[in-house]
Design a binder for this molecule. Structure first.
Ligand SMILES: *Cc1c(COP(=O)(O)O)cnc(C)c1O
Length: 378
């Protein structure tokens, strides 16, 4: 079937990004690949397959359903569920050998009871809240939870972690969180930290990572997908390149006179005789509505401004200035390079007044994901 709006994902670039991050970290550090939300919109199956081939140590997802989909791709990798596990989801932890995150005494008691009822041990990671205010037990209250885990027969404490709230723009607060996390762990005298996974760093976190520290794992999402919205310097020698391109094609090209109105609610009135191209992509594909009268697309490598409101299936762009020879079927790039031009995800998300990873999560089901440089197996 010919394509009219699609995402192109470069799996070799994903692998290069992974290698680059791994090379920047001491060898003993385990790599937990975070692939929640359909691998940040890149597609769970293909990206996870490649990450398995490339040699990550573990996967992290948001919930048991996502974890089960990884189990169906390949066996042997530990999978941690970063979100809360609801009571009616618990049985999946056992059936699929998943690692839950524990944030409360209530959860620990509930899971211990379930494990005991099944006669099946369950590995778990305990999460400490050091300033995110989301999951995890508040660091000052953690002793009680450690105590419950110490006395659990079936629940096996395998890891401890925390999550940074401002690793990308507030290194001081991140250091403060690290300190609280360490103090909390050090208070627990019976812990054998050598045999535990201890992790805190997400993509931005690794910039304040201290190699000699007690951490022995990192949890990386954005950076492996080449998303670096922070100042370039923050990632030091990690070279990560974008792996995602968003593309479409020209439906029709036509002339309109000065004074003609464009799109719903006459969101634009032309101030000159114009040539416009109608692009086969709209908010039904994940082109954000705030790009109306704001963003650009690339045709022939040149920037063509978006005119009027984005509509569900189509976007109107101004091609008056870019020459005569544009016609139906021509390629359009919404995100990515084209013929010497480039629209970066970060710029696109600024136009949309949002963050890059929300853009990726918003590319809809209608948009086929086309994978480049997949390794053929079987
Ligand atoms: C999403 C997430 C990560 C990964 O963060 P990135 O900034 O994408 O690297 C790590 N840990 C937790 C708990 C998360 O929810």
């Amino acid at each position: 079937m010919p394509l009219r709006c699609w995402a192109e994902i470069d799996l070799a670039a994903l692998e290069r990004n992974l290698r680059s991050i791994q090379a920047a970290l001491p060898e003993r550090i385990k790599y937990i690949a975070v692939v929640k939300a359909d691998a940040y919109g890149h597609g769970m199956e293909q990206t996870v397959t490649r990450l398995m081939q490339a040699g990550v140590d573990m996967f992290a997802v948001a919930n048991v359903l996502e974890a089960v989909s990884i189990r169906e791709i390949g066996t042997g990798w530990p999978i941690i569920v970063l979100g809360a596990t609801l009571e009616d989801e618990e049985s999946y932890l056992f059936e699929y050998d998943l690692i839950p995150t524990i944030s409360t005494v209530e959860e620990a008691v509930r899971l211990e009871a379930k494990a005991s009822e099944r006669g099946q041990p369950l590995k778990a990671h305990l999460k400490i809240d050091t300033g995110m205010g989301r999951l995890g037990i508040w660091h000052e209250y953690a002793d009680e939870l450690f105590d419950v885990l110490k006395h659990s027969k079936f629940l096996k404490l395998e890891g401890i972690y925390t999550h940074f709230a401002s690793a990308n723009h507030d290194p001081d607060f991140t250091r403060h969180q690290r300190k609280l996390f360490m103090e909390t762990i050090e208070r627990v005298d019976w812990l054998e930290t050598d045999s535990l996974m201890i992790h805190a760093d997400n993509s931005a976190g690794i910039t304040t990572f201290a190699p000699e520290s007690v951490y022995n794992a990192v949890r990386i999402g954005l950076l492996q997908f080449g998303i670096t919205p922070y100042p370039k310097s923050i990632f030091g020698h990690v070279e990560a390149t974008p792996i995602f391109q968003f593309k479409s094609r020209v439906g029709v090209v036509k002339k309109l006179p000065a004074g003609a109105s464009i799109s719903y609610a006459r969101t634009r009135v032309l101030d000159r005789d114009s040539k416009v191209a109608i692009v086969c992509a709209g908010y039904g594909d994940g082109v954000p509505l705030p790009l109306s009268n704001r963003g650009c697309v690339l045709i022939n490598g040149k920037r063509c401004p978006i005119l009027g409101s984005i509509t569900m299936d189509q976007t109107i762009v101004d091609v008056t200035d870019i020459g005569e020879n544009i016609c139906s079927g021509d390629p359009v790039t919404l995100i990515g390079p084209q013929d010497g031009g480039e629209i970066r995800l970060e710029e696109f998300s600024d136009w949309a007044r949002t963050i890059p990873w929300e853009v990726l999560c918003s590319v809809t089901k209608r948009v086929p994901r086309i994978y480049r440089t997949a390794i053929k197996t079987g």
